[in-house]
Write a protein that binds this ligand. Structure first.
Ligand code: GLP
Length: 243
């Protein structure tokens, strides 16, 4: 088992700043880098920090390419709860990244297998992901890779568990409106990134953080596979770390 680098911050905002340091270092060293991005409430401090750093002239997203982890099946890009819209509103619309340099799986894809293959191909054509940002679901999911009996390798369609739909219903009018399926990078896609930053905040994530990083590696806890990645930085706030 390989050990992650662990950074513990007093607050979620400070954890976001530590994550922003990782992106700043990469973009300065490799201005045309490829970053993998995540949605959810956890990365919001990070995204605010990246916007502020670009405005302050410390960062330049002009040549950066980005690939998002996942998207809800059936939601149009401009749907209020689509991950494409989330990324536009919380990051892309406020930085100099070129629209053609941002990809999110197409929630409306009719030919799912063609869309998933094209997604993988685009990442490959860009030269692979340099830095992948991850959050974690309460059941250990990464992207939308839910607990199951194997680690899915490539971008694919997945049925969302009741637990994940419950957790995400806060963004929708009711649970019935939470899509039942999604498209997500595979665990293999994630593991192919050269460097991974996992951001975990909040006491409610303490238990799953322990299971993922200090428990057995099992597809029942998809994030546990990260124990086999050679370059993982785990950034927790004090509440998630549990001290
Ligand atoms: C969703 C996303 C994940 C994210 C998770 C946790 O399921 N697909 O990428 O990590 O939510 O979200 P939050 O940060 O809001 O707890």
């Amino acid at each position: 088992m390989l050990h992650p680098r662990i950074l513990i911050a007093p607050t979620p905002a400070e954890a976001g700043r530590l994550a922003a340091d990782q992106f700043e270092a990469l973009i300065q060293a490799k201005p045309a880098c490829v970053i993998g991005l995540a949605t959810g409430s956890t990365p919001l401090h990070l995204y605010r920090e990246l916007i502020a750093r670009e405005k302050a002239g410390k960062l330049d997203f002009t040549r950066v390419r980005s690939a998002n982890l996942d998207e809800y099946k059936g939601l149009a890009p401009d749907h209020a709860q689509s991950y494409r819209r989330f990324m536009q509103e919380n990051l892309f619309d406020h930085i100099c990244i070129k629209p053609e340099n941002t990809i999110v799986p197409d929630g409306l894809a009719e030919d799912v297998s063609a869309m998933c293959q094209a997604y993988e191909k685009q990442i490959e054509d860009w030269g692979g992901v340099d830095l992948q940002l991850l959050g974690i679901g309460h059941d250990g999911h990464i992207g939308f890779n839910e607990p199951c009996d194997h680690f899915p390798t490539m971008t694919h369609e997945v049925a969302l568990t009741q637990m994940t739909r419950e957790a995400n219903k806060r963004f929708f009018a009711s649970i019935d409106e939470v899509p039942a399926a999604a498209f997500t990078m595979g665990v293999g896609t994630v593991m192919a990134a050269r460097k991974i930053v996992m951001l975990i905040t909040g006491a409610d994530k303490h238990e799953i953080m322990r299971k993922a990083f200090f428990g057995p590696v099992t597809p029942e806890v998809p994030a546990s596979i990260l124990q086999f990645h050679p370059d993982v930085t785990l950034i927790c706030d004090a509440a998630a770390w549990g001290e």
